[in-house]
Write a protein that binds this ligand. Structure first.
Ligand SMILES: [Fe+2]
Length: 300
């Protein structure tokens, strides 16, 4: 069931207090633990003064050359700890006639059905808020191949109005953000899960109920980089890829490394098939049976 609420909360806190309370009350990275304590982010949204000050500081840091935040300019880090981080996001209405429309749509990820590979609790803070469509899917039932069909729940439409909270659960909720009618700001509390780098994040076609690509996450980027070695490689590449096949924690990355090896040094695959479990990984064994070495996993 989708998690959307208009919680009544009167406390008002700043980002550092928000982070401290998250550390104190959210004792595990679970949907229940986060949702039960969602009042913490709601209380931050009651603080109507801190955000403008933070944006002033950011503007001044651009001037002084101190700006080190490498995230997209629409997103500002407010507090960060080992387990959680808090960010604000600006959502701009787009001018359909703008020459930079395509760039801006990508920047704001408007109209792109995607999931997140981390738990993301968000609250509307300012402006009318972005409209969003949300679906649920079961990531345990997908392998991540492009064109793979995915069972989606019925669509829910909502708007991230001020004070409304939406929980985009890790690899469970797919959402499409649409352009808000006026500039809007949201606040996010996200889990800094070390496992995130091993999890995919997908782009979907919700009309076709299918995966159409990876969402530019570290997982997709890693697969993207592995493809480079099909063209540029030396003996060291073979060693590194073989190590990935033997030891890396992410199955899809291991499979892709193996597929690249099949193209550039097929002899190196023989001991890997004999001494590791790589040949029995379901999506690879299907491909081996077809004699196909091309990567079929999602890419952005
Ligand atoms: Fe999103």
């Amino acid at each position: 069931m989708l998690l959307i609420s208009d919680l009544d909360e009167t406390r008002s806190i700043d980002p550092e207090e928000c982070l401290a309370l998250a550390n104190e009350y959210i004792r595990e990275n679970s949907v229940d633990a986060i949702w039960e304590n969602s009042w913490i982010l709601r209380a931050l949204a009651n603080n109507r003064t801190f955000l403008l000050e933070r944006y002033h500081e950011r503007l001044k840091s651009y001037w002084s050359g101190d700006e080190k935040d490498k995230f997209q300019p629409q997103s500002l880090e407010l507090a960060r700890g080992n387990q959680f981080y808090i960010r604000s996001n600006i959502w701009m209405p787009l001018d359909a006639a703008s020459r930079t429309l395509e760039f801006e749509q990508k920047l704001f990820a408007y109209n792109i059905p995607h999931d997140h590979n981390f738990q993301l609790l968000t609250v509307g803070y300012y402006g009318p808020g972005y409209p969003t469509e949300i679906y649920e899917y079961d990531s345990d039932c997908v392998t991540g191949e492009i064109g793979e069909k995915v069972d989606l729940s019925d669509k829910v439409d909502t708007i991230l109005t001020p004070g409304r909270m939406i929980f985009y659960r890790q690899n469970k909720d797919i959402h499409i953000q649409h352009t808000p009618p006026e500039m809007s700001v949201s606040l996010n509390l996200s889990v800094a899960d070390t496992n995130t780098d091993l999890l995919p994040q997908y782009i979907f076609d919700v009309d076709e109920h299918a995966i159409v690509g990876g969402a530019g996450d570290l997982h997709s980027n890693r697969l993207f980089l592995l493809d480079l070695f099909r063209t540029i490689n030396d003996a060291n590449t073979v060693e590194i890829l073989s190590d990935f096949v033997r030891h890396f924690d992410c199955t899809r990355t291991r499979v892709t490394a193996f597929q690249v090896l099949q193209d550039i040094e097929p002899d190196a695959c023989i001991p890997l098939l004999a001494k590791t479990d790589i040949g029995s990984i379901p999506y690879l064994s299907k491909q081996l049976a077809r004699g196909n070495t091309a990567r079929e996993y999602s890419r952005f």
